[in-house]
Write a protein that binds this ligand. Structure first.
Ligand SMILES: [Zn+2]
Length: 380
């Protein structure tokens, strides 16, 4: 039989609205309502607590002798199609530190999938995290709670007093110390399941990144200096290494997340091509920005940063496990810290024949790339 010990997902309540209807779930968007004047489906649903299916069938038939086994199984199928039931699994234990995550994942899967499988995929993942600033340090804290196999961290900076308003990995006593050293110790104390490897390095070329990508399942780019240029350098490395990358960037009161799956979605240079083709102001805007030599002070408000960081890490888990569809493949997912809203920009395609980085295009055919030159950071 397909069902062994089915249960209504413990994340959902089962309750009557009146003697005609009942509900499973209480959250807007994931509540299902059933017409059930006879009370038969309610009888089945309220018995789905993880007992053997044979016992459930017998108990329902004791109450409603007119129901055949097939009738009851079709009721189960209906509940399954609504995504509200799952199998009770032997690995279930309250001592599992990841159980709340697993319960969250249960919302997204049907009875034939194993919610522990999603957590297992996280446990098997190696992530390369670039940067330990306002984004990266908090990304690291969230990652540590999720328990990947290994996190490789690259950063060159030291902890400063001005970091402490939003970088909660660091303490006052850490001021002046190398962020990588402090981060390694902090994560070892938070979650000893996670292996941490740190490298003190300011990334100045794509080969700086390529030396660390061996065995990496996902790169998270949380560096943004120099603006745009460093993303292009990271993009070159991840395309060459064929490793997906989630990029994050914070502006004044908005943040963006976008993801590149090499040779599947458009890459960062494809985005440059897309703007060059479709946005008549793009080139002049980019040149003007570069010529202004704009060096903003650190603009990072902790509560805003956390909205962005939450999206970056969730997107990373989506890309790694596909528990739900990633939201930023070939598009920019933008979060407005001022009102908590978010939207996705227009998608951009992969330009296989024209992109100099992920396709067979020539760099000299695109004027925009001339303005990506930098005195400190090399593309190659
Ligand atoms: Zn490309």
């Amino acid at each position: 039989m397909k069902y062994k010990n089915p249960r209504v997902k413990p994340i959902y309540p089962v309750y009557r609205l009146n003697n005609q209807r009942f509900r499973i779930g209480a959250q807007l968007g994931i509540t299902v309502e059933f017409d059930d004047p006879e009370g038969q489906l309610f009888s089945l649903a309220s018995r789905l607590t993880g007992q053997k299916i044979e016992e459930v069938i017998k108990a329902v038939q004791d109450e409603f002798p007119e129901l055949t086994t097939e009738d009851i199984l079709s009721g189960l199928k209906m509940l399954d199609e609504q995504g509200v039931i799952e199998e009770t699994l032997p690995e279930e234990t309250d001592k599992d530190r990841y159980l709340p995550n697993i319960n969250y994942f249960s919302r997204f899967i049907g009875i034939t999938s194993n919610r522990f499988e999603i957590q297992r995929k996280i446990h098997e993942s190696t992530i390369l995290l670039l940067g330990l600033g306002g984004g990266g340090s908090n990304i690291l804290t969230l990652l540590s709670g999720l328990g990947p196999k290994k996190i490789i961290i690259v950063d060159y900076d030291r902890v400063e007093l001005g970091n402490l308003g939003r970088q909660f990995l660091f303490r006052e006593t850490d001021v002046g110390k190398l962020k990588t050293v402090v981060a390694k110790k902090a994560i070892n104390e938070m979650n000893s399941d996670v292996k941490i490897e740190v490298h003190n390095l300011k990334i100045k070329s794509s080969s700086d990144i390529l030396q660390y990508v061996n065995g990496v399942d996902l790169v998270i780019c949380a560096i943004d200096e120099p603006p745009f240029i460093i993303h292009r350098v990271v993009n070159k490395a991840i395309v060459e290494a064929s490793v997906p990358c989630v990029f994050g960037a914070s502006q004044v009161s908005r943040g963006r997340v976008y993801t590149v799956i090499p040779r599947v979605t458009g890459c960062f240079d494809c985005l440059n091509l897309n703007f060059s083709k479709h946005d008549p102001k793009f080139l002049s805007q980019f040149i003007g920005f570069r010529e202004a030599d704009f060096n903003p002070p650190s603009i990072a408000y902790g509560p805003g940063m956390f909205q962005l960081v939450g999206s970056i890490v969730d997107e990373s888990v989506r890309v790694l496990t596909r528990y739900a569809k990633p939201q930023s493949l070939g598009t920019q997912f933008e979060i407005n810290y001022e009102d908590g809203s978010s939207f996705t920009h227009q998608t951009w395609p992969r330009f296989e024949a024209e992109c100099p980085t992920c396709g067979s295009g020539k760099i000299d055919d695109w004027e925009i790339f001339k303005y990506y030159q930098d005195k400190d950071v090399k593309y190659g």
